[in-house]
Design a protein. Structure first.
Length: 260
């Protein structure tokens, strides 16, 4: 395990050096991502300003939802960007070369991308504002729980990215279907679960449990009552990552080389 962690760090450090070689371009990409996420948050504000608050939810509490999902997804995409772009790897036949290296392919694909810091930063701004406006007091216990929730959310999104990449072993043309789940799911996760339709509530609770790692923890922080399901939320996220790893391994075993 120590060897694999060290290999991941070497890959990540080399990737970050490459990205930061042109510092102006790296900062520009991160700033563009930050601005894009802040504009999306401003859209959320415009909706509440125009139509008023939803029963049980206002702009402050919804900002907490927005912030949590953006931080979690930003971390997952920053580390698992290789899985998000895996269809390019398959199309170009680069996966064969990756299999020849004495390092697990998952580590080779788990290389950090600097531009995702912009999404994480925007999520942090929205979440901090939401906590302040909703008068949520974060003590030591709440901070530890929040860290666990974010890690569980990142793990769940990482598992989704792995499943999306696994689909490419059979088809790269159907990747848009997986994108609809991953990116549509993160959009749905920043909305109050009790305001979605029953079919969507079922999908994002029992099939892709995005609501469990976002809506339920946010509600627990808002009310100050951390229920059993809220405590289990981070664990569910990590279990989903384990499921994603199993699906990924099945895909790798079923892979047929592109040949020469």
């Amino acid at each position: 395990m120590k060897f694999y962690i060290r290999m991941w760090w070497l890959f990540t450090r080399a990737a970050l050096r490459t990205q930061l070689a042109d510092s102006a371009n790296a900062v520009l990409w991160a700033s563009a991502t930050l601005l894009g996420m802040l504009l999306e948050w401003a859209t959320l504000w415009a909706l509440f300003a125009r139509f008023g608050s939803i029963p049980g939810w206002d702009f402050a509490s919804s900002s907490m939802l927005f912030g949590l999902v953006r931080i979690a997804f930003g971390i997952a995409e920053m580390i698992g960007r290789g899985f998000d772009r895996f269809h390019h790897v398959i199309r170009k036949g680069d996966f064969d070369r990756m299999l020849l290296r004495p390092i697990p392919v998952a580590i080779q694909l788990s290389v950090a991308e600097f531009s995702r810091f912009g999404m994480i930063g925007a999520g942090a701004v929205a979440f901090i504002y939401g906590c302040s406006a909703a008068h949520v007091s974060l003590n030591l216990v709440s901070m530890v729980y929040l860290a666990a929730v974010i890690s569980g959310g990142a793990a769940l999104f990482y598992g989704l990215l792995m499943m999306q990449a696994t689909l490419c072993f059979w088809t790269v043309d159907g990747i848009e279907v997986a994108n609809a789940v991953v990116y549509g799911g993160q959009t749905a996760a920043q909305l109050p679960l009790d305001k979605l339709s029953r079919p969507l509530t079922f999908v994002f609770t029992y099939i892709f449990p995005l609501a469990i790692i976002n809506w339920i923890p946010a509600k627990a922080l808002l009310t100050g009552e951390i229920t059993g399901l809220a405590l289990a939320a981070p664990v569910i996220g990590w279990l989903f990552l384990g499921l994603g790893a199993i699906v990924w391994r099945m895909g790798v075993r079923a892979y047929t080389s592109t040949g020469s």
